[in-house]
Design a protein around this ligand. Structure first.
Ligand code: ADE
Ligand code: ZN
Length: 330
């Protein structure tokens, strides 16, 4: 359709993507087989059947199980490379992706194995696909701050390969305030800070992410619209929100796409951006997220382009590079 062509034609930046969430069942079965791991599901179809979630935790339970088949550098390379070639086909030209080191190191997979596989795929994509990238290490918020500190320490030999730190996993009951010290330490080592906040958790967690953690972007942040003072602050300080519409529907953060706050946010001048979160689990990559959002909210072409421009603005690219990309969107 016309809308699909317009979306394909827009160069895009993806800023909210968990590499472990891009693990397609086909690749999962292939890697499980070569690692001689037997999955609990008899077939790719029966695994896909299980992808029905009532909330964030039900998804996370499956997401962590899937990640267990990743053992070797080649596995992390293949996971990352599959994602990058997929989004390359969707005209994504810049990515800032998350990985969850603790999901792997807690199973005995060395930090080095995880990051080397990911790094090699990102470098290959930069050279061969001309996709620029940043890498963000996420702390799992259901674990302790002390565990996050251990992860920070493990990351230091690879500091040049990592641009930022994030905070993800089970939000309710694990407020940003739990991680104040490790975020401060991460900042002092030169990492740029982001955090998931206000996906399932209350507005107060978004305030905490801003004031206590001092993040430069909020991942999700859907619930900010409940708080006028917070909205004012996000607009004044130009704090971007990385929204993930298909994820929000899949995890019951919203009931239906028509309820998504993206348009309202655009209209009031927030730096709203669109991303895919965990595309293998939620039914779509970047183009599908743009398409379903545009269709449900009746976005016009200039609003679609604004979303793409916002993502370049929200990225960690240099001013000059941002301008180059933005000129291509227009
Ligand atoms: N880890 C992967 N996807 C996530 C999400 N949407 N929220 C929190 N943690 C996550
Ligand atoms: Zn996420």
């Amino acid at each position: 359709t016309e809308l699909k062509k317009v979306i394909q034609g827009i160069p895009k930046a993806e800023l909210h993507l968990h590499l472990e969430g891009s693990f397609e069942p086909e690749l999962m079965f292939k890697i499980a087989k070569r690692n001689k791991i037997v999955l609990d599901y008899a077939s790719i179809d029966s695994l896909k059947e299980a992808y029905k979630f009532n909330n964030l935790q039900e998804f996370l339970d499956l997401y962590y199980i899937g990640a267990q088949v990743l053992l070797h550098e080649q596995d992390f390379f293949d996971l990352t490379w599959a994602y990058l070639t997929k989004v390359h086909s969707q005209n994504v030209v810049h990515v800032e992706v998350f990985f969850d080191p603790q999901t792997h190191t807690d199973r005995g997979v060395p930090f080095d194995v995880v990051i080397t596989g990911i790094h090699k795929a990102l470098e290959k994509a930069e050279h061969e696909l001309h996709i620029s990238y940043r890498l963000i290490m996420s702390y799992l918020r259901h674990l302790s701050e002390e565990a996050a500190f251990k992860t920070l320490e493990s990351s230091l030999p690879y500091k040049d390969w990592i641009d930022g730190v994030g905070l993800d996993s089970s939000e309710l009951g694990n407020p940003p305030s739990k991680f104040v010290n490790v975020f401060k330490a991460s900042y002092n080592y030169g990492y740029t800070l982001v955090a998931h906040a206000g996906e399932e958790g209350p507005v107060d967690y978004i305030w905490q992410a801003l004031e206590l953690l001092q993040v430069v972007r909020i991942d999700h942040g859907n619930r900010c619209l409940e708080d006028e003072a917070l909205v004012k602050r996000l607009i004044e300080e130009k704090i971007p929100l990385t929204l993930c519409p298909l994820s929000n529907v899949a995890l019951n953060v919203i009931q239906k796409m028509e309820d998504h706050p993206a348009l309202k946010m655009l209209e009031i001048g927030m730096i709203a951006t669109i991303h895919s979160d965990d595309p293998a689990y939620f039914g779509g990559y970047m183009n599908e997220n743009y398409y379903e959002t545009a269709k449900a909210l009746h976005l016009n072409n200039s609003q679609l382009k604004q979303l793409a421009i916002n993502a370049f603005e929200a990225s960690w690219l240099t001013r000059e590079t941002k301008e180059k990309h933005i000129a291509h969107v227009k």
